[in-house]
Design a protein around this ligand. Structure first.
Ligand SMILES: Cc1cc2nc3c(=O)[nH]c(=O)nc-3n(C[C@H](O)[C@H](O)[C@H](O)COP(=O)(O)OP(=O)(O)OC[C@H]3O[C@@H](n4cnc5c(N)ncnc54)[C@H](O)[C@@H]3O)c2cc1C
Length: 214
């Protein structure tokens, strides 16, 4: 969707090829993208400020397959933390047949290789794993997924700073005009990352809000 109209008497949602009319709308796009949607009339200034203030976690997922299954498994077990890129790696082929091993890692926060090419990121990943294992590894496949740059996500999870859980999140999640409702991970106030549980909890909360208005 691109635009939400919330005039008196109903809502209008404009998508790329269609326009929908309804009594109410529930907006669940990720928090970083919410501020890029059009609203007519505009969202209240306090809500826009809260959306701009909220902080989000960044991250790039790296997945690689190596030929040396036993050596890697012996070195990392089910997974291990590193002081390089990525911050931790996990074995993804436990109890699967085959001679190769698939290892994944999430390079998040300060170690996210935001400005590097995928090739360089995979080379650095190889280097980290080779150091852990103690010999040069042979990568047979690799892929990189930057969630911070993904146009439909732009983040991994919300990461409220200081008292933002109490002061900013309630403003972000509050309905507008009795017609526009908000749910999704970025609207939930559980401690720590909202994650999938936070997203589901927000659905229960917003269902109650909509029923109260109906
Ligand atoms: C690499 C990574 C690892 C993670 N690991 C975990 C984990 O281990 N445990 C955990 O609990 N959580 C984890 N999370 C977080 C979890 O995936 C999210 O918190 C959860 O998916 C958020 O759900 P949501 O419904 O709020 O948003 P999303 O699942 O992001 O859904 C939002 C949807 O809106 C769509 N959208 C965006 N813009 C528009 C638009 N303009 N119009 C229409 N649709 C639009 C998107 O395509 C998307 O489908 C991880 C996230 C990442 C990126």
């Amino acid at each position: 969707m691109r635009l939400v109209g919330w005039e008196d008497g109903g809502v209008t949602v404009e998508a790329e090829r269609e326009t929908h009319r309804a009594d109410r709308v529930l907006v669940t796009v990720p928090g970083p993208l919410l501020g890029e949607l059009g609203f007519s009339p505009p969202l209240p200034a306090g809500k826009v400020r809260a959306l701009l203030q909220m902080r989000y976690g960044n991250g790039t997922r790296v997945v690689a397959q190596y030929a040396e299954r036993e050596a890697v498994r012996e070195a990392i077990g089910g997974g291990c933390f590193t002081d390089r890129m990525p911050g931790y790696v996990m074995e993804q082929t436990a109890q699967q047949p085959g001679d190769s091993i698939v290892v994944s890692g999430l390079a998040a926060g300060d170690v996210e290789p935001a400005l590097q090419t995928e090739e360089k990121i995979l080379d650095d990943f190889d280097q980290t794993l080779s150091t852990v294992v103690g010999r040069r590894l042979r990568r047979t496949f690799g892929c990189v997924k930057n969630w911070t740059k993904d146009p439909y996500s732009r983040a991994v999870v919300r990461a409220p700073l200081g008292d933002q859980r109490e002061t900013v999140l309630p403003v972000i999640s509050a309905p507008v005009g009795g017609r526009v409702f908000f749910a999704g991970e970025h609207t939930d106030d559980r401690i720590g990352p909202g994650g999938m549980e936070g997203a589901i909890k927000s659905a229960y909360r917003v269902a109650g809000e909509i029923l109260a208005e109906a």
